[in-house]
Design a binder for this molecule. Structure first.
Ligand code: ADP
Ligand code: ADP
Length: 220
């Protein structure tokens, strides 16, 4: 599904160069649940952003579904990204002025999809995360765990094959975190590939495969 070969990434800011990732080789198979772990600043988010085609590597090759992306233009990259990946973050990134249902419909606005179809898909995605009763609420009327479930519905509404999660339970207490984790595991069992950055060893074990990063390198 996703293949990184000898991937390195350097950030350049003014006169400072940071080698964030060094010579990464990683193969994520379809349907796998992979947890990325490691200390702060080791390169976890950078790795997730490269996998999700949010950023390009400095060196090395990235292939998604057998398509190598190096030669691609921004537009092609964006199109592949939107079809393949759903993203969720530690801070939920919901739009507070929009109702829950409208937040979930957002990714579909960029597709040729009728208003009726958008609504149907968004309702279906909200049902999946157990929030049908909350669709007309605004995000700040919901608990943190519920907001993250809305974010999952938004990430999944376009039916991506891969869900990328950057510390999805980092802002949640343990009970709400467990609820979010249950949904991610359920999506994984239904065939979605999940790649998650986490500091929670127990959650990582629940997922299955753990990839450890230290100082920009994969160590296990
Ligand atoms: P983690 O997610 O493990 O905390 P990151 O991938 O965010 O680590 O960062 C890895 C390294 O790259 C760190 O040294 C960080 O300071 C640096 N870095 C991350 N993003 C940028 C950026 N946009 N510009 C410059 N340096 C960055
Ligand atoms: P954290 O996981 O520390 O809360 P964020 O969730 O804000 O950090 O963002 C993690 C990374 O994803 C950052 O590099 C950020 O630039 C990027 N990012 C955040 N939101 C989006 C988005 N909606 N679309 C694309 N990239 C995003």
């Amino acid at each position: 599904m996703i293949k990184l070969e000898n991937v390195s990434k350097t950030y350049q800011t003014d006169k400072v160069e940071t080698l964030a990732l060094r010579d990464i080789n990683l193969h994520v198979k379809k349907g796998e649940f992979v947890s990325i772990m490691g200390p702060s600043g080791c390169g976890k988010s950078t790795l997730l952003n490269l996998i999700g085609l949010l950023d390009r590597p400095g060196k090395g090759k990235i292939a998604v579904d057998g398509n190598e992306l190096k030669v691609w233009r921004d537009k092609e990259l964006a199109s592949l990204r939107n079809r393949t990946f759903g993203f969720i973050f530690q801070s939920f990134h919901l739009i507070n002025d929009l109702r829950v249902i409208d937040n979930v419909e957002l990714p579909l606005l960029y597709r040729s999809c009728s208003a009726k179809e958008r609504r149907r898909l968004a309702e279906e995605a909200l049902a999946k995360v157990g929030l049908s009763a909350r669709m007309d609420h605004y995000p700040n009327q919901l608990s943190g765990g519920q907001q993250q479930r809305v974010a999952i519905a938004r990430a999944m509404v376009g039916r991506p094959s891969v869900l990328l999660a950057d510390e999805p339970t980092g802002n949640l207490d343990s009970q709400m975190g467990a609820e979010v984790m249950d949904i991610l595991l359920k999506l994984s069992h239904e065939g979605t590939t999940v790649v998650m950055v986490t500091h929670d060893e127990r959650q990582a074990k629940q997922g299955g495969r753990i990839v450890r990063v230290f100082d920009g390198q994969l160590v296990a």
